[in-house]
Design a protein around this ligand. Sequence first.
Ligand SMILES: [Zn+2]
Ligand SMILES: [Zn+2]
Length: 365
Amino acid sequence: MTLAWKNPHRTALLHAALAQRILVIDGAMGTMIQRHELEESDYRGERFAQGFDALFAADGHAHGNGCGCTVQDQRGNNDLLTLTRPDIISGIHDAYLAAGADLVETNTFNSTSISLADYHLQHLVRELNREGAALARAACDAAEARDPTQPRFVIGVLGPTSRTASLSPDVNRPGFRAVSFDELADAYRDATRGLIEGGADLLMVETVFDTLNAKAALFAIDDVFEELGARLPVTISGTITDASGRTLSGQTAEAFWYSLRHARPLAIGLNCALGAKDLRAHVDVLAQVADTYVSCHPNAGLPNAFGGYDETPEDMASMLHEFAESGLLNLVGGCCGTTPEHIAAIVDVVRGVAPRSVPALQAAA
Ligand SMILES: [Zn+2]
Ligand SMILES: [Zn+2]
């Protein structure tokens, strides 16, 4: 039996918008955070001023002089800013909404226990996901209140983690795995609960480089939906990591779709790693084979020698305009290196272009 929608009204709005036009997803969070040139102290705020969470001790001890808690640099822990500089994260959501984005992504890309372990903050998973979704929710609600004709949706983001379940990181031990399916599923269950509590309208399993990681995320999401007795729409976005057009786990875009199709996602797409130009052929494949919506949020070109991205809003928008005119897109946005200026340019060029029509469903096998 299929579970009912958790928020039937919001889901109906999303479906109606997708039937009508190409929806625009926001751009990068990281690029915008960099503009603030934050210091270690910004990342730590008051609660983490000592380099650990003053509100939490694993064994319940009272923190004090030389209590032995691990002091950990937090600079670069962008997801922690949800708690320590919510003003910055809300400001970024507001800027993308002002640029015309229909959907904003939560600041939760690394908010899994696996990624947070790098900062000794794995106990924050539920809180970071809940609060990250709540910030995006508040920004979307405010934008929607200003213009009720344009609904704004919160995408609860589940990132890939830094570990891969189907490949060994050690060439000398091909059978070794740095993470198991069950560990990944556990990590994703907790993150999913938080995103839903915070008010996400839909979930996105994104920047998938290993299909087995995505399967663990989708498995976890289903478990949480069972717990709740209700579900949200789910989208999946993979990333092509090599010149032959394959994901890290070796799949073409077509194979990627067929190995995840059983999850019946609202959309399947590609993001990150490449710019629009190099993603085009792969998005075209998805547009032909997928009997669901197709999304694409590329980087602003390939990284330059300094790790930055050079594609201007006009360059990127003109390529994505061609994607739209060719009938490839239902959802479009930006990944690394993109800014509200990029998103505003994309909004401009896809306005009035018909969304891709989803190929008729084949009879259920
Ligand atoms: Zn302590
Ligand atoms: Zn990216």
